[in-house]
Design a protein. Structure first.
Length: 251
């Protein structure tokens, strides 16, 4: 498949412009998009304005004595400190987000960065310490996930067998490092994403094409599924009204 001339994005704005150019076509080269996103060197000074954490989902601040970390990491931590005052507690009611999930499944926010002229959504997900998503699909869309900071564990699962009533089958597991870009669609399977660190937050850049508003989440023990609505915690760096974020779930 023909590719757009590869130009390394020097800034987040450059990356967005290149993605707009790529998605002018109806035929998208997955490898090209993945390579372009991975080639962008994460710079918190550029994306921190979009990195909005929910103070009631955020875990307590890192323990003292963690000196010597990079200036870039301190930028994110200072931003979190400004958004969260004191120890934060989980406030979301599991029944309001499509099922009884654990605390770990509410530790992130979805923050819209760009709507991609209707062809894609680009967003930053902010992950609290020890938090993650439930097992979910991607509504027949492409999903690209680039690590901006920290580490995330991705666990892939087979689609549940309708005839079986047992637990879901795990396919693989890996740790994604800063600047790596992963890809998944429904033909590959389902996945769960987790920030396994209990001392550091994480941030990731996600592109979904075409955009979607609903997906399915799955119970690992039974394969039972629920349809949930995704909303945005913020758009373009501005907090969205509370009533539009209550149903938020999954990436």
């Amino acid at each position: 498949m023909e590719q757009t001339e590869v130009v390394k994005p020097e800034t987040l704005d450059d990356l967005i412009k290149i993605l707009h150019k790529i998605f002018e076509s109806d035929n998208i080269n997955i490898e090209e998009v993945q390579n372009i996103m991975e080639s962008y060197d994460s710079n918190p000074q550029e994306w921190i304005k979009f990195a909005k954490f929910d103070q009631y989902r955020q875990a307590p601040p890192p323990a003292p004595g963690l000196a010597g970390r990079s200036h870039e990491r301190s930028v994110l931590e200072r931003s979190i400190a400004e958004q969260c005052s004191g120890e934060c507690n989980l406030s979301a009611n599991p029944r309001e987000v499509g099922g009884a999930y654990s605390k770990a499944e509410y530790g992130y926010t979805r923050n819209l960065v760009d709507e991609g002229n209707g062809k894609f959504n680009l967003m930053i997900l902010c992950w609290g310490e020890g938090h993650g998503s439930s097992i979910h699909d991607h509504a027949e869309s492409h999903c690209f996930m680039k690590l901006l900071q920290g580490q995330l564990k991705e666990t892939l699962f087979e689609w549940p067998d309708r005839k079986s009533h047992g637990g879901m089958v795990q396919k693989s597991q890996r740790i994604l490092q800063e600047n790596q870009c992963a890809y998944i669609n429904d033909s590959i399977g389902l996945h769960r994403v987790e920030n396994v660190s209990h001392t550091e937050c994480a941030a990731s850049l996600h592109l979904y094409s075409p955009p979607f508003q609903n997906c399915q989440t799955f119970d690992q023990r039974t394969g039972h599924k629920n349809t949930v609505k995704m909303t945005f915690w913020s758009k373009y760096g501005e907090r969205t009204p509370l009533e539009t974020t209550i149903s938020q779930e999954n990436n």
